[in-house]
Write a protein that binds this ligand. Sequence first.
Ligand code: 2E4
Ligand code: SF4
Length: 326
Amino acid sequence: MQETNGTLPRLELKLCAPRGFCAGVDRAIQIVELALLKYGAPVYVRHEIVHNKYVVESLRNKGAVFVEELNEVPDDGQPVIFSAHGVPKSIPAEAQRRNMFFLDATCPLVSKVHKEAILHDRREREVLLIGHAGHPEVIGTMGQLPEGTVHLIETVADAKSYQPHSDRQLAWISQTTLSVDDTSEIVRVLKERFPDIAQPHKDDICYATTNRQEAVKFIASQCDALIVVGAPNSSNSQRLREVAEREGCQKAVLLQRAADINWKDFEGITSLGVTAGASAPEILVEEIIEAFRSHFDVVVETIRTATEDISFNLPRELREGVSTTG
Ligand code: 2E4
Ligand code: SF4
């Protein structure tokens, strides 16, 4: 039984499970940490390893140096790590050309989509990528094939108006962190217009994205407000906020830290849903719950809608014993 506090208003806090770190994020962060242990600082990381400032700052404090492009990395023999979102083929090619030592932290589920793109092209199919323009994962996936080969579909309207560029069979692939519902609507339109379009065996939207959206769907309509812990540039976190809003939650907000809470948003609520994007560490969820404890008499209930037991192997270079004694 939770202790109750007579002076503060009661708040039923429904905590989504699963939430937060997925196997791809866990692996990417481990790659940076193990590289720092094995090769010493600095270790260069191309792009935020995952879209979270707290994660990036913690790694920076341990000696990681974040850059956006390889031309910012000196030729000092230290490793450069590619972020979890994946990179166009031109990036490892450039690293090789410069004789750089690189480690690839691309999530294996993103790499799987890269392979699909390449395979469709080999089978002479015209590739359509469902995703958001400008996102690093989309840039990486499009960059698996020569420019102009992968065609981006962002919306249902794009699917309705798409004009094939060749007489090849079409094939669709997708970004891993999309809205499950929006994507199935886009796919429905594509299939209606192009019945023989080839598609992934299973969805390209990953298990973590799917499970986190399902969990939000399950609780959103029972909550006066819902917080997604995550960064504004985190696609999967943004999608969670949208899902909550679409399910009828009156106030769905994305927050990075407790300091960002606008208490006016939560005045008078009696139930609050909390989840976290795949790149948001649990410590930030705890920080936000603690902040609510100073304004409400909080009773936490964890609502589990799926269990996850997925983990990915580390790159070969980091699998052999890393000395922690320096
Ligand atoms: C790689 C692929 O893609 P998104 O913006 O959601 O990335 P984030 O870093 O927030 O989450 C981890 C991740 C990385 C998700 N999919
Ligand atoms: Fe990989 Fe999915 Fe996590 Fe992205 S959200 S890093 S695709 S497991």
